[in-house]
Structures are given as structure tokens and as C-alpha cells.
Design a protein around this ligand. Structure first.
Ligand SMILES: Cc1cc2nc3c(=O)[nH]c(=O)nc-3n(C[C@H](O)[C@H](O)[C@H](O)COP(=O)(O)OP(=O)(O)OC[C@H]3O[C@@H](n4cnc5c(N)ncnc54)[C@H](O)[C@@H]3O)c2cc1C
Length: 385
């Protein structure tokens, strides 16, 4: 039957694609299901500069560091276009005109480069490289092993745990602790233990998870939180001048907030709601009318379908609609929401289009409530017939 499969792989990132290919090679009728409009996951190819679509980069995974050669051979990837370009030195520049280059194979040059910022860090770097190489030597062969069921008392699982322990024998007590630390601590904390200069740490955290920045001034930084983060989060800001304190906060799946700006008469910080009729901001002198279509400009509406990568402009076809559909209520009357989602061509800006019924409650200060998954925001608007 058409929809019967021996194996269903959820997610077409490179691990899902490779698993799917191996399963299919073994004769399993396999399907790989991918939520986005393209496969590849974090190792996909994107063209982030609309004016130069021919410049293609991988979204996150830019160094081909961990691809086992047996997979390349088994799946004939070179025949399918796999080609690795040698990477040049890491290069990082700062606004004060300083810069640093780190070479993969020239310890002397690295020493000179790092000494510009910290002699102590220049001396530490070879020890750091040796430490990482030592951990990698032991862990490398484990990449293609199925991890043992740690804690299980079943004889077969115990044998697997012993095998792992045997392979880990290359690590002394300090080394085993190091591996645990490498896997469990943040890269920032790890680098803090080893290095003192911000520049060296910034160069080494090049593989960290950055928040796409949209605007930076002396007083303000606008960035976009990735769509796929939920729960407790910690943010810190890294600049050539130092690292900020940690800022701890909670990320909810949706937390709608209507933009406010501009003024009308004595009123300032006006809500950015426009009337489709005249495309003008709703103010006391341009009130909402019965049967109007209004557009509410907001942030915080959360994930969309299709999902969009943080920092990239939203598409117009298909529109990226909010997964949790908001409700809009005007003075106790529910409005008909005709669209809620990202504004095409903008980054992280949402719009909610809603129609006002013929019999809307009238008044100078009618509460307008936007609710999304239990989180709501309220403001007052003038409504007339
Ligand atoms: C900033 C950054 C830099 C990195 N740099 C490197 C590097 O230089 N070199 C390197 O080797 N590695 C690097 N990595 C790591 C590498 O990108 C990941 O290890 C790798 O992409 C993981 O592949 P994956 O297939 O397991 O998952 P992902 O690439 O995350 O793919 C998962 C896929 O599953 C899809 N999906 C998720 N949920 C569902 C669902 N419910 N239904 C359908 N589809 C779903 C997603 O859309 C996605 O396409 C980096 C990672 C990051 C974040």
C-alpha cells in the first residue's frame, strides 16, 4: 500500500537524510519527513543576500569537521557532488581597527597574533589545542557507535557499558572529567577557564549560537530570538570591551505585543494599528469604524508555518502564518481574524488582520484585547459607527 513504510525518519537534516539512505540501502521502504520547505537542517544551503542570490552559504554548519569517511564512501557522496574546500584561517575584526587571524597549522603565527592581545593566552593556546586533540582522539571513534544504555542492569547493556569504559581508558581521571565538562558546560564558561582575552574567546566561540542582530547603536541593539527556543534562557552580550552580566529570562511560545510609536496631539506611544480603509494609524481623530478591516502590527507571535530562520525576511508566497492563531476582542465582541503571521519582506514583524462587525461597541476608550495561547495584551481605542 502506498502509505505503508518500514521506516519513517522525522526530520531531513543531514543525520535524518543519512539514516534514511542507509535504511533504504538495506531494503527498508523508507520515508523522510521534513517540516521545512527544504532538507539539510542546520547544514542546509541558503542565499541570505537577496541582491546576490549566487552567493550561497550553509546556514550554520560551515566547517566539515565530523563527517566519517565511511559514510562518504558508503553513500558515494562525491559522485553526488560532495566537495570540501580547505578553510582559510579564522579571521575576526573589531570596530576599533584591531583584528586576529588564527591558522590551523602555524603555531608560531598564532603566537604572534594572540600576543597582540594577551601573552598569557598565546602561551595557553598550544595547550588548549593539545587538550582538544587528546579528547577528540578518544571520542572520534565513538561517533559511529550506538551509545550504551547507561544505568541499565541488563547483561547485554552492561557489556556495552564495559566496552565504552574500555575505549575511554585512554583518558585519565582528569581527562574523563574534561570530556564530561566539554559535553555539559557552555562554551563560554569553558573558554573562561582557559583564556583571559575577550578577542581570543570571541575567535574561538565563532561556532556558538548567535542571535541575528538587526540594528546596533550606542544605546540599543535589536536582535531576533531564534524561533525554536522555549523556556528558561540566559543572554549575554560580547563586545571588544568585555562581556555583559548574564540576563536570565523566560521565553514563551507566544507573547503578543503591539508596537507603539509616534504621537497624536497630547497622546504619545500610539499603538500601531491601521485602518485598511485609509491606511492611516488609528487615533482619536481616525477612529475604528463598524465594518472596518484593521491591521495590528505586533511582535511575539511565535513560530510560523512554514517555519522561517531567525534573521531572514519572511516570504510572501506562501505567507508565514502564526502557528498559534491569536484572537482579537473589541469591547467584548470577537473580531474575525483573517490573517495572523509575519509581514512579507520584514524580519520578525507580524501583522494581524481583523474585521470589525457591523455592530461594534462604540466609545472613546474601548478595550482591544489580543490573546494568543493564554498570553494577552490590551489597549484602548476609539470606535465609532
Ligand atoms: C551555530 C552552529 C554552528 C555549527 N557549526 C558546525 C560546523 O562548523 N561543523 C559541523 O560539523 N557542525 C556544526 N554544527 C553542528 C551541526 O550543524 C549539527 O550537528 C547538525 O546540523 C545536526 O544535524 P541533524 O540532522 O541531527 O539536525 P538538524 O540539522 O537540526 O536537522 C533537523 C531537521 O529536522 C527537521 N524537523 C525538526 N522537527 C521536525 C518534525 N517534527 N517534523 C519534521 N521535521 C522536523 C528540522 O526542520 C531540520 O531540518 C553547528 C551547529 C550550530 C547551531
Amino acid at each position: 500500500m502506498a502509505n505503508n513504510y518500514d521506516a519513517i525518519v522525522i526530520g531531513g537534516g543531514h543525520n535524518g537524510l543519512i539514516s534514511g539512505a542507509y535504511l533504504a540501502r538495506q531494503g527498508a521502504r523508507t520515508v523522510v519527513l521534513e517540516a521545512r520547505d527544504k532538507t539539510g537542517g542546520a547544514a542546509d544551503t541558503s542565499s541570505p543576500w537577496p541582491e546576490h542570490p549566487d552567493f550561497k552559504v550553509t546556514t550554520y554548519s560551515y566547517v566539515m569537521s565530523l563527517m566519517p569517511s565511511n559514510i562518504l564512501r558508503d553513500l558515494n557522496l562525491e559522485r553526488h557532488g560532495y566537495k570540501v574546500w580547505p578553510m582559510g584561517p579564522y579571521y575576526q575584526a573589531w570596530p576599533d581597527g584591531t583584528s586576529m587571524k588564527l591558522y590551523p597549522d602555524d603555531a608560531k603565527k598564532n603566537y604572534e597574533e594572540i600576543s597582540k592581545f594577551s601573552k598569557k593566552d598565546a602561551e595557553t593556546m598550544p595547550k588548549w589545542d593539545a587538550w582538544l586533540a587528546g579528547v577528540a582522539d578518544v571520542l572520534g571513534p565513538l561517533l559511529t557507535s550506538v551509545p550504551p544504555k547507561v544505568g541499565s542492569r541488563k547483561p547485554a547493556d552492561l557489556i556495552e557499558q564495559l566496552r565504552l569504559a574500555w575505549r575511554m581508558r585512554g583518558l585519565d581521571v582528569r581527562g574523563t572529567g574534561d570530556v564530561v565538562r566539554l559535553f555539559t558546560m557552555s562554551v563560554t564558561d569553558l573558554l573562561d577557564d582557559w583564556f583571559e582575552s575577550m578577542q581570543v574567546k570571541a575567535c574561538l566561540t565563532i561556532n556558538g549560537v548567535p542571535v541575528p542582530m538587526l540594528f546596533v547603536s550606542g544605546q540599543q541593539i535589536n536582535g531576533q530570538l531564534p524561533f525554536n527556543v522555549d523556556g528558561n534562557a540566559t543572554m549575554s552580550l560580547h563586545t571588544p570591551g568585555g562581556i555583559s552580566d548574564n540576563f536570565n529570562f523566560q521565553i514563551q511560545a507566544a507573547a503578543p505585543s503591539i508596537f507603539r510609536s509616534g504621537s497624536a496631539g497630547p497622546e504619545t506611544g500610539l499603538a500601531t494599528i491601521t485602518r485598511a480603509d485609509n491606511n492611516q494609524r488609528v487615533t482619536p481623530s481616525n477612529p475604528i469604524h463598524s465594518n472596518d478591516t484593521i491591521v495590528i502590527w505586533a511582535t511575539g507571535l511565535g513560530r510560523t508555518s512554514p517555519p522561517i530562520d531567525a534573521g531572514l525576511p519572511a516570504p510572501s508566497d506562501p505567507l508565514a502564518s502564526a502557528v498559534i492563531v491569536p484572537t482579537v476582542n473589541l469591547g467584548g465582541t470577537a473580531l474575525n481574524v483573517t490573517y495572523a503571521g509575519l509581514v512579507p519582506g520584514s524580519v520578525g514583524l507580524y501583522q494581524i488582520n481583523a474585521t470589525v462587525p457591523g455592530k461594534a461597541p462604540e466609545g472613546m476608550a474601548i478595550p482591544l484585547v489580543v490573546n494568543q495561547g493564554g498570553s494577552s495584551t490590551t489597549l484602548s481605542v476609539r470606535v465609532v459607527k
